[in-house]
Design a protein around this ligand. Structure first.
Ligand code: NAP
Length: 130
């Protein structure tokens, strides 16, 4: 079974069409409590974990960057730590908001990151933490 965080989100709803996927709602695992996310992984014993949950409210992140950082960086870090301890793969999803927004071509994964606003900064912190 593959465990997916972010049950109600766009990405998780697409993933949940696979019968091997179990999704977790905010009530089952709140990313504002990173340790609860690690605990959920240990309880479910999946063969892999996908984090499709995130603070995606770009404008609200400007006012509440610290809270967004817990969800977008500290919780994924706790998930990655739990997966490493169980020796299972962990997939975390990036965003174009980690890039500065200039240029005239599609972004490459190795392009230099330079987020312009809080949402991008918290997502970049999550990538580095994972
Ligand atoms: N969709 C895109 O076009 C796009 C583009 C680039 C990157 N991404 C990335 O893809 C990933 C998934 O995005 P999405 O578009 O599927 O997002 P979304 O539709 O906005 O869904 C976000 C999910 O995260 C959950 N969530 C938010 N805060 C939470 C918390 N504290 N505890 C538990 N769950 C929480 C939401 O649950 P609630 O319903 O309870 O709020 C929802 O299920 C994100 O990492 C995002 O950065 C998406």
């Amino acid at each position: 079974m593959i465990l997916v965080f972010g049950q109600s989100g766009q990405v998780a709803r697409a993933l949940s069409r696979d019968k091997d996927v179990v999704t977790l709602s905010r009530r089952q695992a709140d990313l504002s409590d990173p340790e609860a996310c690690g605990q959920a992984i240990r309880q479910h014993r999946p063969v892999g974990v996908i984090n499709a949950a995130a603070w995606t409210a770009v404008d609200a992140a400007e006012e509440q960057e610290a809270a967004a950082r817990v969800v977008n960086a500290d919780a994924p870090a706790a998930m990655a730590t739990a997966c490493a301890a169980l020796d299972i793969p962990f997939v975390h999803i990036s965003t174009d908001y980690v890039f500065p927004g200039d240029g005239d071509r599609a972004w490459h994964r190795d392009d230099v990151c330079a987020p312009l606003q809080a949402y991008g900064r918290t997502k970049r912190a999550g990538e580095l933490a994972v």
